[in-house]
Design a protein around this ligand. Structure first.
Ligand code: PLP
Length: 404
């Protein structure tokens, strides 16, 4: 009986979410990922996936995955440490390390697990972590799990960070940031962050989920900014621009050896299917060769910002993530639904994922110029039909991913 009572509490909480326009549900795709997807028998122009280069359904990746399954089978059978580390994965790790301009790398099954691996693997009670308030939720979870002392600074506030670092008595310090912020699209001031890391003898952990494959000729945000240091531990995910799945961590050899020996999300899990690594090799080939994809994406970004400037609140993002800030979750859901009815799929992102509700428009090289133009046209139609007050974002905090 008490269990039933518990369930009715869950139901009440969900009902509350519904009335606050915060309820989430999933739409079922009946097609592969791409610029066009089939949902409930409708073909929609998709502006919410992180498949920035249009590689998720690329014939060369499909062929590589098929050949990988034939060569290596499907299941990996065990953890990397037990009996699940394949030659195709070893080669991929060596290639990814070179891409990140680092001596060594390991791959993990997801970016979420990679963040848990680095932060819980290297940090523990008595250590101090300094984190941007807009960091990804997986970084927040990892910090809590590490039991280190956590200080969060306001988004991009280098002075606040410097004060926190100066005040810390911890022997081991780590600064943790998204390289490209996942819900805002802006790039972290990594050169300044590295300077502070040097000044205060901290490590700098960079989560490049949204820069890898896109920025720095595909090599990521550090390459884009020309930054390199043994203090930097680099993580990139392989399920976004790279179009496959998983993540990798690149760092000094001793750091990678230490993680292989201690990081639980690496040790106590069955390795990803080796065909994933086979597909990743094909993805890296394309990222390397197909410069036109990145150029097309840049053109879409410039066009989108220029078309919508003045019509709504954009954020200072130069990346494929182009949020439109709206005053309430209700309006964000309403605009998203109006776009959906017109054939465009754009996600409304709401608390607690972000503090300020928004549409998160994601541009991809897979879109044509005409499709981006049609989206802008439709957005302008919907936004200009709203009362002016419904376009002005509520003033206030930008903190998200509540952990404290
Ligand atoms: C998506 C994302 C992750 C998680 O990566 P997955 O491979 O999807 O688990 C981590 N960090 C950031 C910034 C992300 O956007």
């Amino acid at each position: 009986m008490s269990q039933l009572h518990w369930f009715s509490q869950l139901a009440a909480e969900l009902a509350e979410r519904k009335s606050a326009h915060l309820y989430r549900s999933r739409r079922v795709l009946a097609s592969p990922q791409g610029a066009h997807v089939t949902v409930a028998d409708r073909v929609l122009c998709n502006f919410c996936s992180n498949d920035y280069l249009g590689l998720a359904n690329h014939p060369q990746l499909i062929a590589a995955a098929q050949a990988g399954a034939v060569r290596w089978g499907v299941g990996s059978g065990a953890s990397h440490l037990v009996a699940g580390h394949f030659a195709v994965e070893q080669q991929l790790e060596e290639r990814l390390a070179a891409w990140a301009n680092k001596p060594a790398a390991i791959t993990l099954s997801t970016g979420y697990m990679a963040n848990l691996a680095v932060i819980t693997g290297l940090m523990s009670r008595g250590d101090a972590i300094f984190a941007d308030k807009l960091n990804h939720a997986s970084l927040n979870d990892a910090m809590v799990l590490s039991r280190a002392d956590v200080k969060r600074f306001a988004h991009g506030d280098m002075q606040a960070l410097a004060r926190q670092l100066a005040a810390s008595k911890a022997a081991r310090k780590m600064i943790v940031v998204d390289a490209v912020f996942s819900m805002d699209g802006d790039i972290a001031p990594l050169a300044d962050l590295l300077k502070l890391a040097e000044q205060y003898d901290a490590l700098l952990y960079v989560d490049d989920a949204h820069g890898f494959g896109v920025l720095g000729n595909g090599r990521g945000t550090l390459a884009e900014l020309g930054l390199s240091s043994p203090r930097i531990i680099y993580m990139a995910t392989l399920g976004k621009a790279a179009g496959v799945a998983g993540a990798y961590i690149a760092a000094e050899q001793v750091v990678i050896d230490y993680l292989i020996n201690t990081a639980k999300p690496y040790i106590y899990t069955t390795a990803a299917p080796p065909l994933i690594a086979a597909a990743m090799h094909a993805s890296l080939d394309l990222i390397e060769q197909d410069v036109a994809r990145r150029e097309r994406l840049q053109q879409h970004i410039a066009y989108f910002r220029q078309r919508l400037a003045g019509a709504c609140t954009l954020l200072p993002s130069t990346t494929a993530i182009q949020p439109i800030i709206l005053p309430s979750s209700e309006i964000a859901v309403q605009v998203s639904a109006a776009l959906f009815a017109a054939g465009f799929w754009v996600a409304a992102i709401r608390p607690p994922t972000v503090a300020t509700p928004r549409l998160r428009v994601v541009l991809s090289a897979a879109h044509t110029q005409d499709e981006v133009a049609a989206l802008c046209e439709q957005l302008l139609l919907i936004l200009t039909a709203l009362p002016a007050a419904d376009l002005t974002p509520a003033a206030g905090s930008s903190a998200a991913g509540v952990i404290d």
